[in-house]
Design a protein around this ligand. Structure first.
Ligand code: F3S
Length: 297
């Protein structure tokens, strides 16, 4: 069995930076809190909890005395205001690529319609909307954008801009661009999909095309991991696991080519562990077959 690990698997720049910022604050002896889990990886979150990091779900006086780290997804302006009101020390780990979107949407003239391609429930999208200088509309697909433009709650000739959640599906984004160009005259498109995401999705597709099984590693709540799983599933059998322990439930019989990819929040050590466990399982199986062969003779 050959096992190929995607070159782009694992931590992206923004996640790596956020994790390092938490480590650095802990190293400086600070009491650290994060607004929500710092990344969608249960092992890393558990390790930080063990080292005393508080995962907060709201901002109030209980956070005074903590250094609050804002995670890579970013937050809206109201969150910065609230942190300042309580005088809470803040470390901003918003990914610079997300920060760029905040600058775009916060610098628009009043009356500009801000169109955001993404999941309205996702914290990154909520943060983007929370920076918009005029009304923002979120849609999840090209069809939803078409419906929004047809039944518009804004003047049809109002100037528009369109941005995307950094992990938005590139194929769907291209369809959104076509619709906007067809229906509107005054608009600017900002392609804000992160290149790390694009590369990871493309690599997942090409690896899935040549594999009999794709193992996607990542947190079950991670949207970019779920997207990788969806993409891989279109081309081959795919499984989503959080760590090597879950490999015991994966059928490998008869599989000769396995591809491995991982979401942006998956640490390298977990990817290595999965790869190692698969190789060991394979060796054990080979030994067993040899013994079985001797038994039969
Ligand atoms: Fe930033 Fe791209 Fe990662 S936007 S958080 S580097 S997926």
């Amino acid at each position: 069995m050959t096992i190929t690990v995607a070159g782009s698997a694992g931590f992206c720049f923004g996640v790596d930076r956020a994790v390092r910022m938490v480590q650095s604050e802990l190293g400086a002896g600070k009491r650290v809190a994060t607004l929500g889990e710092i990344i969608h990886n249960p092992q890393i979150v558990a390790e930080f909890r063990r080292r005393g990091v508080l995962v907060a779900d709201k901002i109030d006086e209980s956070l005074c005395g903590y250094t609050v780290v804002i995670r890579s997804h970013g937050v809206g302006k109201d969150v910065y205001r609230k942190l300042a009101q309580f005088g809470i020390e803040t470390v901003d780990a918003t990914c610079p690529f997300v920060g760029k979107i905040h600058k775009i949407v916060s610098s628009q003239e009043p009356g500009t319609v801000i169109l955001v391609a993404g999941d309205p429930q996702h914290p990154e999208v909520q943060g983007i909307v929370g920076h918009a200088s005029s009304e923002a509309f979120v849609f999840q697909s090209a069809q939803e954008l078409a419906d929004l433009l047809t039944n518009c709650k804004f003047p049809p000739d109002a100037p528009k801009i369109m941005v995307a959640q950094t992990t938005f599906n590139r194929n769907e984004w291209q369809k959104c661009e076509e619709i906007l160009k067809k229906v509107c005259t005054r608009f600017t498109i900002f392609d804000t999909i992160c290149s790390a995401t694009t590369m990871r999705q493309q690599e997942a597709e090409s690896l899935a095309r040549e594999s009999e099984l794709m193992v996607v590693i990542g947190g079950r709540h991670s949207s970019n991991t779920k997207k990788l799983y969806e993409i891989a599933s279109q081309f081959t059998r795919a499984v989503l696991i959080e760590d090597a322990n879950e490999l015991s439930g994966v059928t490998m019989a008869g599989v000769r080519k396995v591809g491995i990819t991982a979401g942006a929040s998956t640490p390298a050590c977990i990817i290595k562990e999965v790869q190692k466990t698969m190789s060991e399982n394979q060796n054990n199986q080979e030994e067993l077959s040899f013994e079985e062969l001797l038994d039969q003779s």
